[in-house]
Design a protein around this ligand. Structure first.
Ligand code: SF4
Length: 332
């Protein structure tokens, strides 16, 4: 085989110019990417635009992915942070992360047409929190301060009725009025391992605390973390396609690091990939957060093919078949 620099022309027509590429095995974690709650939220915005015409307002990024948000903007969605930015005569969609009760209440007061795209698995946590509060329990929510889902869940109950803990250390500093009358709930997109530790600390300190049979971490978060655990130890490097404000994507990077792939990072899309960082890695793991479309994975694989002799191995740890119904107002 004759190797030529790419820019150097073959000097004789009989000499075939080849360009040997280094081998790269891509381990594709599966399941990865869109979950049922994200698919549903995107469909809700698209259907709302079809039904009510452009523009349809959306309070908060419908899901945490710029690519998805920009795609919906092109179709006629306008993203705003607060309800007071929505004109009285246009419909508004609430994001998949859920909203405090005050938000639909205000929309109803203003007689806005609104569609709630809260993921049914987040709504389930809302109902749990309400049920505990109705039974007189103080609710301890395990989650990340400021995340829209946490803001939404805390906003299901009056101020002060939900206490937030972010890590094991905070369990020791919690001040509660009645330690025998507590319950916990969790954000749906946490690290399964970290949450297990926090729940254990809560149970040690408050043995009578009530909680869900399984934690509230959703099937999609659990499955994507399990798939990363399965490949991390076999990878020289691992890329999570996702957004920095996507909780479940950030957790996938942590899981990959904790399970044997120290060289793991978040990349929003192929154009952001730092090829120097990849260095001499010969086995690259790829996964995607629950709000990242498969198109972005394809884009990264294509970019790898342009630089390496790529072999793909898909590692599937479970099948997913979850589908959520659309709200009735968009189906009829
Ligand atoms: S990550 Fe889980 S809770 Fe969040 S939208 Fe997807 S299925 Fe629902």
């Amino acid at each position: 085989m004759v190797r030529w620099p790419a820019s150097e022309p073959a000097s004789h027509p009989c000499i075939v110019m080849t360009h040997a590429r280094k081998p790269l095995t891509i381990l594709l974690a599966s399941p990865r990417g869109f979950c049922a709650g994200v698919e549903r939220a995107i469909q809700i915005v698209e259907r709302a635009i079809e039904r009510y015409g452009r523009p349809v307002y959306v309070r908060h990024e419908i899901v945490h992915n710029r690519f998805v948000v920009e795609g919906l903007e092109a179709k006629g969605a306008i993203f705003v942070e607060e309800l007071d930015e929505v004109p009285d005569d246009r419909p508004v969609v609430f994001s998949a992360h859920g909203v405090p009760k005050a938000v639909p209440a205000e929309a109803a007061r203003r007689e806005l047409v609104y569609v709630d795209a809260t993921c049914p698995l987040v709504s389930k946590v809302h109902r749990e929190a309400e049920r505990h509060a109705d039974s007189g329990r103080t609710v301890i929510l395990i989650g990340h301060a400021g995340h829209p889902e946490v803001v939404g869940t805390m906003g299901q109950l009056p101020p002060g009725k939900v206490l937030l803990v972010e890590d094991v250390a905070q369990v020791a500093t919690l001040t509660v009025s009645d330690p025998s009358n507590l319950a916990y709930a969790t954000q749906t997109t946490l690290s399964v391992d970290d949450t297990t530790g926090i729940v254990a600390a809560l149970r040690r300190r408050f043995p009578e605390i009530q909680g869900p049979k399984m934690e509230d971490i959703c099937y999609a978060t659990t499955n994507r973390q399990a798939a990363v655990k399965a490949i991390a130890g076999q990878c020289d490097a691992l890329v999570v396609i996702g957004a920095p404000n996507s909780s479940n994507s950030m957790r996938l990077v942590e899981v990959a690091t904790n399970y044997g792939c120290a060289k793991s990072k978040l990349v929003q899309r192929a154009a952001d990939m730092d090829w120097e960082w990849l260095g001499e890695a010969r086995r690259l793991g790829i996964t995607a957060g629950a709000s990242a479309p498969e198109l972005l994975v394809d884009e990264l694989v294509t970019a790898c093919r342009e630089r390496y002799d790529v072999t793909i191995e898909e590692v599937r740890t479970t099948e997913e078949s979850v589908v959520f119904k659309l709200p009735r107002q968009l189906v009829a």
